[in-house]
Design a binder for this molecule. Structure first.
Ligand code: ADP
Ligand code: ZN
Length: 808
């Protein structure tokens, strides 16, 4: 019997799922994993069919409404993916429909919107005249369009008309406001292709038809767009030739052009070293076992990890299985990409946010249809819809960009563990500076540790020196100046790393102490010289840079703290004859500008490259022999228990960029904290030493990997209400602790979040810490359900951040 009821997870922030009746005509087609449109609270929304039932669950029979529309012909998600999505929804306390949305390419979900149209009464009033001027203006526009979305109307008449005004006109009978579907869906792109069918050429055809036919015959198959480039208006002859049966015309799905051709130098395929051979042997055993086999490759920069990934994938492909490769910010690593392209050619799909919506959709479909066996991308590639994943590789597994910081706050590395486990696949985490969690897991035997202690060909790691900036004046120490100068003379290249963009960090009036703050965020504005502005790096608020102090009219405004823009200027004035480049968000905002800078670096037309952490990512340029860290202190002071770890990782990775070629590399780290263990251990490339020094701190303070954290953050428009809600949350938390959680859970706060205001919203938080994930999750669920009632309609949101910890 055909199932009559479908369970739907709507793509909205609601935890519950809902049941709908399936209309007769849909029953043959609707399957689990397809998208449907369903009525929901007076709107129409997209949801995902997650189960089919014979009967409605008890107690909801009479309330059931019907599915309005079915959007897909084939399921977008299979049962394996659904199981994965369910796990994530559970772990991160995030609605299933929203989790699924996160995993699908953008542009697949249709949005329900309120649509305005004029009533007869409204039309009459418009024709008769005598309306208020603004009413007349708005009605005219609605009348002109017939139908227009409420959102668009508000945008069109911003500052002139409000939502409540529109609704009052509805009450007066001038307007209809209905739920409708805004169709902005991305669709596959098709092109017409023409094929030669053979047959008799001697049939009577014109000269032009003959030319067209001959050309197609030569090529066998051509696209219509090629054809129209070659011949003027080819439609007519085509039609005739088709009618004669000489040609056939069909439609073919095409991929929107993707610039993934390797543009950098090709990489030959090397023979593995004996170290690589040994590591690979282990991994291949894991792959052949077809069981969950997690590995952590701990290998210094340049030790040949990437070559191991490539060969492991070859093994997986040979088994008829698929591979997912996660890399941090793939758009920043064209070198890595071209190595994969060189090895696997077209068998590779790319998923990352640097692609346009259409491109991303096409790449996703190539995976979904099974056209490719390898998916490579940033964190969201973990949702690649493969059916038979044999390996998941996570390069630079410690990288913070694997954590999504908004909406669903998943950590790609951690969910990768789960996906690999569910798929009984091999998991390969790789890093020169593994996250503390992963290394701890390896120590505990949860991951197999594979060590590559040496660089390829025994190239030594760079020699690193620490400069105590308390004893130096200026931005650049003598030591760094000398090193840069020497490199210029030797025709070698240098990198200068500074983790802050802009000219000055902030501007201060020395007469009255005034600084410029962002009105939306609790930060100071950064001074940018190029467009003479002060900018907020969090919300993009910007104002022209002032000449005088607006408070005391003083003339002595001063830039404090330096950014990459200032550093670049400084270097240019120190070495006027030298080619200096800069790479940060400001110089790479245009598409491909990043690649242009790297190409200039590769070809040697940049001698010194100044940049933010963008320059740290996996580039391998043999002629770079010197790296200077202008300030190691920014990340050290960040209010986060991982700040020491991040600093160590960053410094080790930056220094690792030096000396990848024949010449011994050198690095200098400038700091005001020369005795800090993060800095000293990075100087010695001593990961194990750092790990052993950091672990006792984590243990003493009960931080991961010794505990799990859940942060409950309240974000609201009103300062007072957000604070009130936070206090309420604190009370609920206390009661829960008293009732049953007091033993296993510790609660910190509520208190204002580290950035108390962000993008115009006020932020409070409460942190729960505990060793048992089950207990912590139960506690969290109770907080969420307790707060759901409180929050309803108050303009405050509860945002939950489950700290990624080991989940095996
Ligand atoms: P990692 O990913 O650990 O930083 P890579 O795989 O990028 O290391 O290797 C560093 C350099 O050594 C690259 O230029 C790479 O082409 C080269 N390489 C890797 N494996 C070998 C090998 N077996 N023989 C020769 N060169 C190799
Ligand atoms: Zn701001």
């Amino acid at each position: 019997m055909m199932k009559e009821i479908v369970e739907v997870a709507v793509g909205l922030p609601v935890f519950k799922t809902f049941h709908y009746r399936i209309p007769e005509k849909m029953r043959d087609f609707l399957q689990i994993g397809m998208r449907v449109i369903v009525p929901f609270k007076g709107r129409k929304v997209t949801g995902f069919s997650i189960d089919l039932l014979d009967q409605p669950p008890r107690g909801v029979e009479e309330k059931l409404r019907e599915v309005e529309a079915l959007l897909d012909e084939a399921p977008l998600i299979d049962s394996q993916m659904l199981r994965f999505y369910r796990w994530i929804s559970d772990y991160y306390l995030y609605p299933l429909g929203e989790v699924i949305k996160t995993g699908l390419p953008p542009g697949l979900q249709l949005k329900s919107e309120l649509i305005l149209s004029l009533t007869q009464n409204g039309m009459n009033s418009l024709n008769q005249g005598g309306l208020e001027p603004i009413q007349e203006k708005v009605f005219k526009e609605i009348g002109r369009c017939g139908k227009i979305s409420l959102k668009k109307t508000l945008k069109l008449f911003i500052g002139e008309v409000s939502r409540s005004q529109l609704f009052s006109w509805k009450r007066k009978g001038f307007l209809n406001i209905d739920a409708g579907i805004e169709g902005k869906e991305v669709k596959p792109k098709f092109e017409k292709v023409v094929q030669y069918q053979g047959g008799e050429d001697s049939q009577l055809i014109s000269k032009k038809q003959g030319e067209v036919l001959n050309w197609i015959k030569e090529k066998g198959e051509v696209s219509y767009s090629e054809l129209s480039k070659r011949f003027k208006s080819p439609s007519k002859p085509l039609q005739i030739l088709q009618a004669k049966g000489l040609l056939s015309i069909s439609r073919r799905e095409v991929c929107r052009d993707l610039s993934v051709r390797s543009e950098l130098k090709p990489y030959p395929k090397p023979e593995p070293t004996s170290n690589q051979e040994a590591v690979l042997g282990e991994i291949i055993k894991g792959i052949y076992s077809k069981r969950f086999s997690p590995f952590l490759i701990f290998g210094v920069t340049g030790s040949g990890k990437t070559e191991i990934y490539l060969r492991a994938i070859e093994g997986v492909l040979a088994q008829g299985q698929e591979a997912i490769v996660l890399v941090p910010e793939i758009s920043l690593t064209p070198q890595l990409l071209s190595r994969f392209k060189d090895r696997f050619g077209e068998n590779l799909a790319l998923l990352h946010s640097g692609l346009g919506r259409g491109e991303r959709y096409d790449q996703w479909r190539r995976i979904w249809r099974g056209d490719v066996k390898i998916a490579m991308g940033a964190r969201s590639a973990i949702f690649a819809p493969f059916k038979n994943v044999g390996i998941i590789i996570i390069d630079e597994e410690h990288d913070p960009s694997y954590k999504q910081e908004e909406k669903l706050k998943y950590h790609a590395r951690d969910v990768a563990v789960v996906r690999a486990k569910q798929a009984e696949a091999t998991l390969l985490l790789g890093s020169a500076t593994p996250s503390l969690e992963s290394f701890y897991n390896a120590e505990k035997g949860k991951f197999r540790l594979l060590h590559l202690p040496e660089r390829i060909e025994g190239k030594p790691l760079p020699k690193v020196e620490v400069m105590d900036m308390r004893k130096e004046g200026g931005i650049i120490s003598e030591k760094v100046k000398v090193a840069l100068k020497k490199n210029i003379e030797d025709k070698k290249q240098s990198l200068l790393f500074l983790n802050r963009r802009g000219f000055a960090n902030f501007i201060l009036c020395p007469d009255c102490g005034h600084t410029f703050k962002c009105p939306n965020c609790s930060v100071t504005l950064t001074h940018h010289l190029r467009d003479r502005s002060l900018q907020c790096h969090y919300c993009d608020y910007r104002i022209p840079a002032p000449g005088d102090c607006p408070k005391c009219q003083g003339h002595r405004l001063q830039g404090m703290g330096i950014g990459t823009e200032r550093l670049e200027q400084e270097i240019k004035s120190l070495f006027p004859e030298t080619q200096v480049g800069r790479m940060d968000r400001d110089t790479t905002s245009r598409r491909r500008s990043h690649l242009q800078i790297l190409k200039r670096l590769e070809s040697g037309s940049i001698d010194i490259l100044v940049g933010t952490q963008m320059i740290v990512k996996g580039h391998d340029f043999p002629n770079i022999t010197f790296v200077g860290v202008v300030s190691a202190d920014t990340s050290l002071h960040f209010p986060d228990f991982r700040s020491s770890e991040r600093t160590f990782q960053l410094l080790t990775q930056v220094a690792g960029r030096a000396g990848r070629g024949e010449v011994l590399g050198e690095a200098v780290i400038q700091t005001f904290n020369p005795d800090h263990y993060s800095i000293l251990r990075a100087k010695d490339h001593d990961y194990i030493g750092f790990f052993q020094e950091e672990i006792p701190f984590r243990k003493a303070l009960g931080y991961p990997p010794f505990s799990r954290l859940i942060n409950f953050r309240l974000i609201g428009n009103s300062e007072k209400r957000t604070k009130g809600m936070a206090e309420e949350m604190g009370r609920i938390g206390k009661t829960l602790l008293k009732k049953r959680y007091g033993k296993g859970i510790e609660v910190l706060g509520p208190s204002t979040a580290p950035f108390a205001k962000m993008r115009g919203k006020f932020r409070w938080q409460m942190l729960a810490k505990g060793e048992s994930p089950q207990l912590l999750h139960q506690f969290a669920r109770e907080i969420v359900s307790g707060m759901e009632v409180q929050i309803k309609g108050k303009g405050v949101n509860l945002d939950i951040d489950v700290d990624p910890v080991f989940i095996l």
